[in-house]
Design a protein around this ligand. Structure first.
Ligand SMILES: [Zn+2]
Length: 342
């Protein structure tokens, strides 16, 4: 079941059939896709699946836990042998989680790269109250990421992917800090993978979004996902900036893309703990990743509240925020300065 087939590059979308064959997939295959993505690329993918097995399909309009369980039930009840999902994070997470529950092989075909969840052992699905919940599951056994296809998605989604990779910068600092305080253990291999993922984009020769850069970014995001899988938790890629972003998920009216929230959190926490963030900022500006809180519609009060309550978002993740001075006046001053700097 663990095939670990990974294909990243231009025109890889034409390799769905050969990938399924290489993985010895046959029988019934459930194809699930975002309706819009299916209207764009379904004509390329569907015949390839149908050439390998008996294709069933389902268009995905929801990303609730209940819905993913429903898909899993369909897979189990009707003896489906493999799941193929194509789309953005929502569709892929439904596929990933239903494959995990039904214990089926899973081919993931991301059409956007807005976060490192595209290839991770975590699915983010919505609870009944519409709040997101991170659920542990298994990595996709097969991944096809067509960089040419991803290049045609809205640039904001790619910029969000840059933001999520940049957040490794803060996450690794938090991990070091937690270890120094005896609050967590180090996993050197996972640490190195996350660091390499970060370095790959921070040190890239490209200074604008082009297909070659997308390949670098895609590799980075995949490597972050593998780091999570190897560590057995999101620790290598998720620290205080992610806690802050989870607080925004709950308490900010305007829902921004995850990658922008964590990039903003990275800069804000670095500023809060008096550490240099010029390198991060320079990089984000180079790619026009706009994380100005005013543009993101994050009001000052929400910023203060989310910073002060971030550590309540998960109990087992020790970060700089646990010891930082979260005085209201200080946070308000930081917010105002960030309005100018970002
Ligand atoms: Zn993230």
């Amino acid at each position: 079941m663990k095939n670990n087939i990974l294909k990243i590059g231009s025109d890889k979308i034409t390799e769905v059939e050969s990938t399924l064959r290489d993985a010895k997939i046959s029988g019934k295959i459930l194809y699930i896709a975002d309706p819009y993505v299916d209207s764009l690329y379904g004509h390329i993918v569907r015949p390839q699946i149908a050439a390998v097995g008996k294709m069933k399909d389902q268009l995905v309009n929801y990303n609730t836990i209940a819905y993913a369980m429903e898909v899993a039930e369909r897979v189990i009840a009707t003896d489906i042998d493999c799941i193929v999902a194509m789309g953005g994070g929502k569709t892929l997470d439904v596929g990933k989680y239903s494959a995990f529950i039904s214990k089926r092989p899973f081919l993931s075909i991301p059409t956007t790269i807005s976060h490192d969840g595209i290839v991770s052992p975590i699915a983010v699905l919505k609870r009944q109250d519409n709040k997101p919940k991170s659920l542990g599951c298994t990595m996709p056994s097969m991944i096809i990421l067509d960089t040419r296809l991803v290049a045609s998605c809205p640039p904001q989604l790619i910029k969000a992917g840059i933001g999520d990779t940049i957040s490794n910068y803060m996450a690794l600092k938090d991990w070091d800090f937690a270890v120094s305080r005896g609050k967590d253990e180090m996993n050197g291999y996972a640490y190195m993978m996350s660091r390499t993922s970060l370095d790959a984009i921070m040190k890239t020769q490209f200074d604008h979004i082009c297909p070659e850069f997308i390949e670098v970014l895609a590799n980075s995001l995949v490597l972050s996902g593998i780091a999570m899988d190897y560590a057995g938790s999101s620790r290598p890629v998720s620290g205080s900036e992610h806690l802050f972003s989870h607080a925004l998920d709950y308490f900010c009216e305007k829902q921004n893309l995850h990658g922008f929230n964590v990039a903003f959190g990275t800069v804000a926490v670095l500023k809060l703990i008096d550490q240099d963030y010029s390198e991060v900022l320079k990089y984000l500006k180079k790619f026009n990743v706009d994380i100005n809180p005013e543009h993101m519609e994050i009001p000052e009060d929400t910023f203060v509240y989310c910073m002060q309550h971030a550590i309540e978002m998960r109990s087992n993740r020790y970060t700089y925020l646990h010891e930082a001075d979260l005085n209201e006046g200080k946070l308000r001053k930081i917010y105002k300065e960030l309005l100018e700097e970002l």
